[in-house]
Design a protein around this ligand. Structure first.
Ligand code: GLC
Ligand code: MG
Length: 268
């Protein structure tokens, strides 16, 4: 039987801001994204905690910090316990923030094509690179300080020195000072993909939030992507040439920007 479409229903004007009543995956960077405005953080936490309780949404932190520095921050700020923790720019993953051992399945993926000692030896030929503290080095992350004035030139040279020796290492520059050398299979974005597959959550039901260079890898898929209003120049520059429908630059800063984005994407 042919049913005549009900034009009145089809043209119903559904308001844009209907909050999601199904679970979503919330992934956020910490420094200057989730953390930076305590009042907005408290408000955001309330919404997120409620959504997690009611709809089983998941909360994930994806930070550049090591587990050690994450714990220091968690002592100082009111952070909700995450369902998973991605630390060290995506090179370690934990499903329990109180655990000491990172996830070995993820580590196995990172180890492909990576040779830490040889990569350190190549990088040590560059005097401009200053090693970060030991706590910020790990089996799959080598981190330096690099001054902004020489960054572009040094990164280009180091990249070609590494690829001449057959290493497809990722070089990630953040906040005009930090240079991370990561395995080709590892960064925050790839860590989020790993979790989405593990938990069977679509890109559409995922929101990723960040403020600086090491967050760019999270913004390259179909996930809803939120840049806070206080984003660093390297990310704003990337945004200018990569604008698209799933990418939103908030006006508000830090957790206030996240709240703005969650509403924009009709998740809250
Ligand atoms: C955090 C880490 C540091 C890294 C930076 C940028 O500050 O502690 O090692 O270089 O994030 O990713
Ligand atoms: Mg940050």
């Amino acid at each position: 039987m042919y049913l005549k479409p009900n034009v009145a229903i089809l043209s119903l004007n559904i308001p844009m801001n209907v909050p999601s009543m199904s679970p979503f995956l919330f992934v956020t960077d910490l420094d200057n994204t989730l953390v930076g405005d305590d009042k907005a953080l408290a408000e955001l936490n309330q919404h997120l905690a409620k959504h997690r309780e009611k709809y089983n949404s998941k909360i994930v932190y994806a930070t550049g910090r090591s587990l050690y520095l994450y714990r220091l921050l968690a002592e100082a700020k009111a952070l909700l316990p995450p369902d998973a923790l991605i630390t060290s720019v995506g090179t370690e993953m934990y499903f329990d923030q109180n655990q000491e051992q990172f996830d070995l399945e993820w580590a196995q993926i990172l180890s492909q094509g990576w040779n830490r000692e040889e990569i350190v030896a190549i990088a040590s030929q560059f005097d401009e690179l200053q090693s970060q503290p030991n706590s910020e080095q790990n089996p799959f992350k080598i981190s330096y300080y690099l001054a902004e004035v020489v960054a572009k030139k040094t990164i280009t040279k180091l990249k070609s020195a590494l690829s001449e020796r057959g290493y497809g290492v990722k070089l990630i520059y953040s906040a005009g000072q930090d240079l991370d050398l990561l395995p080709k299979n590892g960064d925050k974005g790839l860590a989020v993909q790993f979790l989405r597959q593990k938990w069977n959550i679509t890109a559409e039901k995922t929101i990723v939030c960040g403020d600086s260079g090491n967050d760019i890898s999270m913004f390259q898929g179909q996930e809803k992507s939120l840049i806070v209003g206080n984003a660093k120049p390297e990310l704003l520059q990337w945004y200018k040439v990569n604008k698209n429908d799933t990418l939103y630059l908030a006006q508000s800063t830090c957790a206030g920007g996240i709240l703005e984005g969650l509403k924009y994407f009709s998740l809250l």
